[in-house]
Ligand binder design. Structure first.
Ligand SMILES: [Zn+2]
Length: 522
């Protein structure tokens, strides 16, 4: 019952997970967001002069490996993984903690070894057992929500490390149980990629960064083949050809193909017992009905014929692991050195609509712009000679996690107050790794959007003034986050469930959103 409509997911890993590092990571929460570099230390990297190579289509093939009830799904996972290995196709398996422990307890080392040949992701401890992540984080805010997510879901991550000998490198949510705090946990766990189905956050159907995590979510192309009738293969190949044409025409891009191993052998999804918020005790869990042998045969045949056809037909189509994807879509703004003139250019583009900026082969999110601009002004508060000033962007600060005040009318503050406030904001971002919810101009609190607009105006002008005007501004990047409603949660939730505070928190994290840009260099 984790249907196509209902499932959602994950992102890309850059580093493997080492459990012992968790505690240290948490201690290291005092984040260095920008650092100041002088010319003898660093120089801005030259703009890429490489000519783009032939466009390519990339396929992220992934399997939600989650059914811990029916043992037949263990064999299905084995067959899916072995098929991909033998065909030379790299796939991604997203594992539920209880599924991993079940494989271990049932002695299915064969399945574990077959899965380990592919990229391992994480898919929560128990998947559909209530409360699921969007429920239990829905009233918790950021820090408490991240801590609770780690408390509830951390065991599965450790079990994957213990049983697989390697950590999960990506995450995706059960059903539509998406929550922004999962991204905070992923930062703690060093999981670089979020990948799943769903549309709580989306950037025109393309890969993006959200909370500093590479995110394959709400993608435009979902290219599954149906598993019920042989004719579905032809339908799927036609859709694949059309998607390929579209992606190649825009210079290359990525599509999802995803399954659940249990779909190949179950007549119904295993977790239908948790429909609409139902939460039966374990002893009452019913195993799902199995498909008959002919249905199973068609399911495998459709999938295998389709994947084999993709692999053999196109030399410009490539299957990716999330780790490959993290390299191809790496964030070139991270650890980049920005010169004073670049910072002035970025500042000059900021008006009353606050959103990301794309600059060649990288993009900067609003929170990164705030970090760069406060870093620059703090080091050069008199706006003197900036020829030697450079600022390194170390990472992506989170958006505000508290309540943001409103500013209806412009206000004025003195130059002295504006500079003192800027020093404080820069330190806040460095210490807490996030944008302040309120910017304090002495005793007057203003929203960070309005402050960023004023700060950009000061840096773009390049000269001191007696007073600084703070005018209202809007976080227009918030349009990439869906508004809360009962429509965005789906089958797993009790009827009428919605999560306004959670989606408002998600909207404030639109400070971190920006496109992920494909590396097209040869
Ligand atoms: Zn799932």
């Amino acid at each position: 019952m984790s249907s196509e409509m209902a499932k959602a997911t994950k992102s890309t890993p850059a580093a493997r997970l080492v459990p012992q590092r968790y505690a240290m990571k948490q201690l290291a929460l005092a984040l260095l967001v920008v650092s100041i570099a002088w010319p003898e230390c660093t120089a801005a990297p030259p703009e890429s002069t490489l000519s783009p190579s032939k466009p390519r289509m990339y396929v992220l093939l992934w399997f939600d490996t989650e059914d811990y009830l029916l043992e037949a799904s263990d064999d299905a996972a084995l067959r899916n993984a072995t098929f991909c290995t033998q065909l030379g196709v790299k796939a991604n398996f997203k594992l539920v903690g209880e599924k991993v422990r079940s494989l271990d307890q049932r002695g299915r080392r064969d399945v574990i070894e077959a899965l380990k040949k592919h990229e391992i992701g994480y898919h929560t401890e128990y998947h559909s057992v209530h409360p699921t992540p969007a429920q239990y984080t829905s009233t918790l805010g950021w820090d408490e929500g991240v801590a609770e997510f780690i408390r509830r879901e951390g065991r599965g991550v450790e079990d994957i490390n213990r049983i697989f000998g390697t950590g999960p490198t990506w995450y995706g949510q059960p059903g539509s149980s998406w929550c922004p705090q999962a991204f905070g946990a992923m930062r703690t766990w060093d999981m670089p990629v979020y990948m799943d189905m769903g549309n709580h956050v989306g950037l025109g159907g393309r890969p993006h960064y959200y909370c500093g995590i590479l995110t394959f979510y709400d993608l435009r192309h979902i290219l599954r083949v149906g598993l019920d009738r042989s004719e579905q293969v032809e339908e799927a190949t036609e859709r694949f050809r059309a998607a390929r044409q579209e992606l190649l025409a825009e210079g290359g891009g990525v599509a999802h193909i995803y399954y659940h191993p249990c779909e190949f052998v179950h007549a119904q999804y295993w977790d239908g017992i948790f429909l609409d918020g139902d939460n039966p005790p374990r002893e009452a869990w019913k195993k799902p009905p199995a498909k008959n042998p002919e249905q199973i045969r068609i399911a495998y045949e459709n999938f295998e014929v389709y994947i084999r056809w993709i692999k053999r037909t196109f030399d410009d189509v490539e299957f990716l692991t999330t780790t490959d994807a993290a390299q191809l879509y790496r964030d070139r703004a991270r650890r980049r050195t920005f010169s004073a003139s670049e910072i002035r250019e970025i500042a000059g583009k900021i008006g009353k609509e606050i959103t990301f900026q794309r600059r060649g082969d990288f993009a900067v999110a609003p929170s990164e712009v705030l970090a760069l601009l406060t870093g620059a002004l703090r080091r050069n508060p008199n706006l003197g000679d900036t020829s030697e000033l450079k600022v390194v962007l170390e990472n992506t600060p989170l958006g505000p996690t508290g309540i943001v005040p409103k500013l209806e009318e412009p206000i004025k503050t003195s130059w002295s107050q504006f500079i003192r406030t800027t020093c404080d904001v820069e330190e806040f971002i460095s210490r807490h790794g996030r944008v302040p919810s309120t910017i304090w101009l002495g005793s007057t609190g203003v929203p960070p959007e309005a402050y960023l607009r004023a700060l950009a105006g000061v840096i773009a002008a390049g000269q001191q003034s007696e007073t600084v005007e703070i005018r209202p501004a809007t976080l227009s990047a918030a349009k990439y986050v869906r508004k809360d409603s009962t429509q965005i949660w789906g089958w797993l939730f009790p009827e009428g469930f919605h999560a306004p505070e959670l989606m408002e928190l998600a909207e404030r994290q639109a400070w971190t959103i920006k496109p992920a840009i494909l590396d097209r260099s040869p």
